[in-house]
Design a protein around this ligand. Structure first.
Ligand code: GRF
Length: 220
């Protein structure tokens, strides 16, 4: 039987790369329809690079500090992404804002993971913002990227409870554990051709959703 071609993805990182690791682990499954062709990092020495090297994945550092402005930096990134043959670009803790021009070039081929239930709590320190607000639930979102920050059609979300004694760290850890499940899931759904952007909503074919409501605090 002819080998089935896999979806080629590039992962953009800036830091520790635990989400990158979840994608690497997913791709190790021979049944995964995804392969990582490049890990691109803007921070020399970031631990994410070690994770990629250990998995024999090509890496490149494109350091924003080496460029005079965002456009030349992004042109260099774009050239590396094209060279890698990436069909989908995954932001995984990539800590630079992208220009509209770059986002438009990768329209519906650029996704991000964010540690809140979008559209609530965009930007940084969103776990603390959810606690400060007294939200009873938070979670994480994988979405297609649009020019506005943390904006775009939602692909997958996971929900976690917020407890009265949570601090930013404990909530971030609870959310991160779910990020590691939903990023590989979202990438797999795209690779299987099951996600269509209709208007500005993602329709997922043959998706199952949990029934019923989550209540926190529970009424006991
Ligand atoms: C994650 O919480 C992700 O949602 C956010 O940045 C963090 C990156 O963590 N965008 P890691 O580098 O993947 O461990």
């Amino acid at each position: 039987m002819a080998p089935v071609s896999k979806l080629k993805i590039a992962v953009l990182v800036s830091g520790g790369g635990t989400n990158l690791q979840s994608l690497i682990d997913h791709c190790r499954d021979p049944n995964s329809p995804v392969e990582i062709t490049l890990v691109l990092c803007n921070v020399p020495g970031a631990f994410a690079l070690e994770r990629a090297k250990k998995a024999d994945i090509p890496t490149v550092v494109v350091n924003h500090k080496d460029f005079d402005g965002r456009e030349p930096f992004e042109s260099a990134m774009h050239a590396e992404l094209e060279r890698s043959g990436a069909e989908l670009v995954c932001l995984a803790g990539f800590m630079r804002l992208l220009t509209d021009g770059f986002v438009d070039k990768w329209h519906d081929r650029l996704i991000n993971i964010h540690p809140s239930l979008l559209p609530a709590f965009r930007g940084l320190h969103v776990q603390q913002k959810a606690i400060n607000y007294g939200a009873r639930f938070s979670g994480c979102t994988v979405h297609f990227v649009r020019p506005a920050m943390d904006d775009g059609p939602i692909i997958v979300q996971a929900v976690v409870p917020i407890y009265g004694n949570d601090d930013e760290g404990s909530l971030a850890a609870r959310i991160l554990a779910e990020e590691h499940k939903i990023y590989p899931l979202a990438v797999r759904l795209i690779a299987e051709g099951r996600c269509r952007v209709v208007g500005e909503r993602v329709v997922v074919e043959n998706a199952r959703a949990p029934e019923g409501a989550l209540i926190n605090p529970s009424p006991e």
